[in-house]
Design a protein around this ligand. Sequence first.
Ligand SMILES: [Zn+2]
Length: 183
Amino acid sequence: MEQLFAPWRIEWVTRDEDADDIEGCPFCVLPDRDADRESLIVARSDRAFVILNNYPYNPGHVMVVPHRHDGDYETLDDAELLDHARLKQRTFAAMREAFDPDGFNAGLNLGESAAGGSIDDHLHTHVVPRWTGDTNFMPVVADTTVIVEAVDETYDRLHEAFAARSGATTTGDDRAVAFSFGE
Ligand SMILES: [Zn+2]
């Protein structure tokens, strides 16, 4: 049976008990926690960051998120657009090195939940690596432990691949790889 592949329909779910206590917007709170690995933030630029999805449809499913809390893509200024786009470029490159996918899905959910996103007031671009015939690779209903282990391994592989990109700065395996694009 052909399954609809719609990774953006999955709920963003906090990873651990502590994270469930987050008050407010996770995409605002998590980057300020000074716990990048725990928060699954694998790369940062001046105006955006890359965070792994807790319940990936495919290994490597991440979101590239502008820091500013806003749900309206049209209000991003030029510096934010460029920074976000450059970080997406690094994300594709890092994923290609880490996972050797056949292709990618990348997209935004804009507007109320009709568009399928679970956090609709803070922009985020889903980037999902795809392999030929992968729709059943990791069912959403898979055991949580399996998913957490997969996410840990994914973090390590992506972290290493981001660190190898031009302009990357690393300050340890538990800290996001930092990019400065000179804006
Ligand atoms: Zn926010």
